[in-house]
Design a protein around this ligand. Sequence first.
Ligand SMILES: Cc1ncc(C[n+]2csc(CCOP(=O)(O)OP(=O)(O)O)c2C)c(N)n1
Length: 284
Amino acid sequence: MADRQEIINLENLAFEMRKKLLDLCVQYEGSVHIGGDLSMTDLLIGLFHHGMNIDPNDIRMPERDRFILSKGHGAVCMYIAMCLRGFFDYDELVKTYGKLDSAFGMHPCRVRLPALECSSGSLGHGLPMAVGMAFAAKAKKQKHRVFCMVGDGESCEGSIWEAAISARSRELGNLIVIIDRNKQMMCSHTEEVTVLDPYADKWRAFGFNVEEIDGHNMEEIIDTLDNLPGSDFDRPTAIVANTIKGKGVDFMERNIGWHAGSLNQTDYEKAINSINKIYGREAK
Ligand SMILES: Cc1ncc(C[n+]2csc(CCOP(=O)(O)OP(=O)(O)O)c2C)c(N)n1
C-alpha cells in the first residue's frame, strides 16, 4: 500500500517525465508520438516505479513481471519511464533516438534493447504476445504477471479481441491489460469514426475483471495496482484508464494535430510553461 509521500514522489516523477518527453521532442529533428506519450505517462510511472516487480540490474530475473507495450508507437514514453527507473541512460537516449543503428528506435526493438520483453509497433500484436507469455507462465506454474498497455484506437484491431477471448478461456488471471482510453486515434476521435463505448462493458462481456480509473490520478492508479487479484485468479483483468491525449500541455490536449509532431523552441517554451502551470511547480 502506498502512503501519501510515495504518491507525491510518483507524481513528481511523472512531472519529471513530462519535461523529459518535451526535451526529447524539441531536440529530435523528426516527429515524436507526443500526444499518446503524455496520455500514458502517469500509468507508466505507476507501473515501472511501483506496480511491477522488476530490477534494472537483473533484466532476466525469472520472477520479474513482464511489460508489453502493445501501442508500440509510444516507445519514447516507455524508454523514459525505464531511464528514470535506472534501465537506460537518458542522455544516451536523447543523443541517439531515432538515428540509424540506434538501440532506441521509434518503435521498440528487443534485438537492440534486451531489457524489453518484445518488439512492437504494428498495432494489434502486443496483446496476443502477452497472452502467450501469460499462458506459458501459468503452464510453468510461475507467479509473475504480464502487463500489457493497449491503445483504445488499437483495439479496433480484431486480433485484440481474439486475444481477449483466448485469455478468458485459458483463465489467465496473471494477465493485466491496461487500456489508454484517451478517445483519440491517429487522425480522429474514436467515437466519431469507430464507436467503442460502452467500452468497459465490452471487456466485461469478454469475461474480464474490469477496473475503470482516471489514468491521471496517481492515487487511483496505485490503489488499483495494489489491489489486483492474485495471478492464480481465474479471470484476466482489464484496467480501462480514462486519459487525455496530450495531458499537461494545454495546446496539445485533445488536439488531433498532436498525435505526433516535433516542437520548435517557441512551442517548447509554451509547453514547459503549461506543464508548470498545470502541475504547479517550477521547471528545474
Ligand atoms: C497495424 C498498424 N496500423 C496502423 C499503424 C499506424 N498508427 C500508429 S499510431 C496509430 C493510432 C493508434 O491509436 P491509439 O491506439 O488510440 O493510440 P494513441 O491515441 O494512444 O496514441 C496508428 C493508426 C500501426 N502502427 N500499425
